[in-house]
Design a protein. Structure first.
Ligand SMILES: Cc1cc2nc3c(=O)[nH]c(=O)nc-3n(C[C@H](O)[C@H](O)[C@H](O)COP(=O)(O)OP(=O)(O)OC[C@H]3O[C@@H](n4cnc5c(N)ncnc54)[C@H](O)[C@@H]3O)c2cc1C
Ligand code: SF4
Ligand code: FES
Ligand code: FES
Lengths: 332, 329
């Protein structure tokens, strides 16, 4: 499984204390996945880690052996990884070995930011906090000696390890996506967007805001454009879901050929960075089938739920208008 | 977001039964509920999906005729379907317009009539669990009073809460003397004017809907002059934004004289703001700008602006004058 991204809600699991990870919200959490048998007590030897423990606003430490089931949730099965969670349980920073590149010199230098010239710790700045976590990550991932400690796992002063209990309440959810039936094991709280991206591997639908405000996550459900970030996957069983990956085929295109709207976006420079584009195109293909008037202003109004931070709007309007003139080509 | 039990309801009775557990919530379009669950502002432990009810009873998601010439909007009908319905567009233009000027094409395909009138305020402090808010956490205080309150209400506020009711549809419904049909232990009808509550000392209680009660429809009465109606919305950007000020108006015009009028304001009230004061000024007068201005002054006479939203008093007046001018033209 892919690790959660920065900004995502940290996947929940049961700690050794019997509490859920989400229960420790309110304070920052440092969540580290380490080699089985690694002695977490030795983390104290890392300069950065000592700062963490001494901090005024003490972050919770949660150390989990990377052979526990919870590690898989974080894309860290048998990998070293460190996640920093903010007080609301979102991933503020991450380092997963093998995925996130490490520029160790710069990061270790950044560690120095949190002490003043006399080696006395100054205010617990966000920057210092993150830098400290980086230090922990560097230590965990780059220092083989820390990963291969001889001592048996010691009792932790705070936080804990997982019990190995399964992530609660997952149920089989059957979705019809792009003409294929897939069954995923999901908690009811997994949104359709997360189900598509994180569980079904369909990353064409983008997460911009996760709150219905940007349109990047637009998909078709039973041929209507909807926001996949504001619906639960479990509610969309028995429906026909089309994502950007299946759009061209839904309109009868074969092989590598594109949907007419995709082609028009290319021809009219309807994008720059491309982040909003799959949502724009899904929105546009459905909008063509809605009872809007013929003008450019109608397109602007109909497409106002799709925000483009690059400001590619003139090209988007031109692309939509060309497709409308040529008679639609609506995808399903 | 906390974990919850998900129950998809097969029929109204089982939906009501499932929702009788404490801390349960119905979910329809999910566009308010999931948004707020992600912020930990809503924390239901049981979520009852009512979208499945329409499979058994399609009228719950449809627009249908009422005896006497009104229209019934099923609680599960989507904003887009109601907005584009030819009968709604023809007989209640203000309802169609209030829907098309709200949210976005995608959101309107998801959001429902019942969910729309129950949507929660967009007050940014309400949405941020790190700040005090009487509506979210009763007794904790109001961060908006004395905080940044540019988008907040100027009508119907209390010393405990000044949050604006965000719905556009609800403003159009307030102008029309609509009725909300509800199923609970017994079916009942709630006149729209009684549905939403002023914040008073208990901003956390927003409606007279009882816990576990299900809205089944919103009934629009026959209003002979509703054909001549308009919803005008003023906001920070041209589209896809909540109202800073809005006016829902309908006038019964006979040879330049106003025989009947309906006026409601949005973006300025703690609840959808019907203005009988403005209506009283309009009725019996000639449809002139002076009349409209007098009506607007009457509508805003009780306005109590805060630090950042004094501009809304004049903005709301001008919005109402323009709406009345356009609808009378
Ligand atoms: C980015 C964004 C922009 C928006 N812009 C606007 C705008 O400009 N104007 C505007 O008016 N609105 C706007 N909205 C709000 C939107 O219209 C509402 O979120 C929507 O109408 C809620 O309907 P829903 O079916 O999704 O409700 P849900 O989220 O499913 O439910 C909302 C609440 O109502 C309850 N509920 C739902 N159905 C019933 C029922 N039948 N009986 C009893 N209780 C029920 C639920 O338990 C929940 O508490 C916007 C929303 C977003 C996210
Ligand atoms: S205005 Fe109301 S919703 Fe906003 S912070 Fe104050 S009490 Fe909360
Ligand atoms: S990610 Fe869904 S609207 Fe922004
Ligand atoms: S192309 Fe960059 S956000 Fe639209």
């Amino acid at each position: 499984m892919q690790p959660p991204n920065i900004g995502d809600i940290a996947p929940d699991f049961v700690l050794s204390t019997g509490r859920w990870l989400s229960d420790v919200r309110g304070a920052p959490v440092i969540l580290a996945f380490h080699e089985p048998g690694w002695d977490p007590a030795r983390a104290d030897e890392i300069e950065g880690y000592r700062h963490l423990i001494q901090a005024g606003e003490e972050p919770q430490r949660v150390l989990v052996s990377n052979d526990e089931p919870a590690a898989a949730l974080y894309g860290a099965a048998r990998e070293s990884a460190v996640f920093v969670l903010d007080g609301r349980g979102r991933i503020a920073w991450r380092h997963v070995a093998g995925i996130d590149p490490v520029e160790s010199a710069a990061e270790i230098a950044a560690l120095g930011l949190q002490t003043n010239g006399d080696g006395v710790r100054t205010a617990w700045s966000r920057r210092g906090f993150v830098a400290t976590a980086i230090g922990a990550a560097v230590a965990l991932t780059l220092e083989p000696t820390f990963g291969r400690a001889q001592t048996a796992a010691a009792q932790l002063p705070s936080g804990g390890t997982t019990t190995g209990a399964a992530v609660g309440d997952a149920v089989p959810v059957t979705l019809n996506v792009n003409g294929q039936t897939i069954t995923l094991n999901l908690e009811p709280r997994v949104t359709l967007l997360d189900a598509l991206r994180e569980y079904a591997g369909l990353t064409g639908s983008k997460k911009g805001c996760d709150h219905g405000q940007c349109g990047a996550c637009t998909v078709h459900i039973d041929r209507r454009r909807t926001l996949s970030c504001l619906t639960f996957a479990v509610m969309q069983q028995d429906k026909k879901i089309t994502t950007i990956e299946g759009l061209a085929a839904s309109a009868g295109a074969t092989g590598d050929s594109l949907h007419p709207m995709q082609q028009a976006f290319i021809e009219h420079d309807g994008f720059q960075c491309g982040y909003c584009t799959s949502g724009q195109i899904m929105s546009a293909t459905a909008m063509v089938g809605e009872p809007w008037g013929p003008g450019d202003d109608d397109v602007r109004e109909a497409m106002s739920g799709n925000i483009c931070r690059c400001g590619a709007y003139p090209g988007i309007v031109a692309a939509v208008q060309e497709v409308r003139r040529n008679g639609g080509g609506q995808g399903r | 977001m906390i974990s919850f039990d998900y129950i998809s309801a097969a029929d109204v009775e089982s939906a009501l039964r499932a929702a009788s557990t404490p801390s349960s919530k119905f979910i329809a379009g999910g566009t308010t509920l999931i948004d707020l669950m992600k912020l930990d502002v809503e924390r239901p432990t049981t979520v009852v999906d009512v979208t499945t009810l329409a499979r058994r009873d399609a009228s719950l998601a449809a627009v249908s005729e009422l005896p006497g010439g009104g229209l019934r909007l099923g609680a599960l009908a989507h904003m887009s379907d109601v907005a584009w319905d030819p009968r709604v567009r023809d007989r209640y233009p203000l309802v169609s317009q209030s829907l098309l000027l709200a949210a976005s094409g995608q959101l309107r395909n998801m959001a429902t009539m019942g969910g729309n009138i129950l949507q929660r305020t967009r007050c940014s402090y309400f949405r941020d669990t790190a700040t005090p808010c009487n509506k979210r956490d009763p007794g904790s205080g109001c961060s908006a009073i004395g905080g940044f309150n540019r988008t907040h209400a100027i009508l119907g506020t209390s010393e405990h809460c000044i949050a604006t009711h965000p719905s556009d549809l609800a403003v159009a419904l307030a102008a029309l003397d609509t009725t909300v049909q509800v199923r609970g232990t017994a079916p009942r009808s709630i006149p729209f004017a009684d549905f939403h509550l002023l914040p008073g000392a208990h901003p956390e209680v927003e409606t007279t809907l009882r816990p576990g009660e299900l809205i089944t429809s919103i009934d629009l009465p026959a209003v002979s002059f509703a054909k001549r109606s308009l919803y005008l919305k003023v906001r920070d950007r041209a589209s896809y934004a909540f109202a800073l000020a809005a006016a829902a108006v309908a006038v019964d015009l006979q040879g330049g004289a106003i025989r009947g009028a309906r006026v409601a304001l949005g973006g300025v009230g703690t609840k959808p703001w019907r203005s009988h004061e403005a209506e009283a000024v309009l009725v019996g007068k000639r449809a002139t700008e002076a009349t409209f201005r007098a009506a607007a002054n009457a509508a805003l006479a009780g306005a109590r602006p805060h630090k950042d939203n004094a501009f809304k008093v004049e903005l709301a007046k001008r919005t109402l004058v323009r709406a009345l001018t356009e609808v009378s033209a």
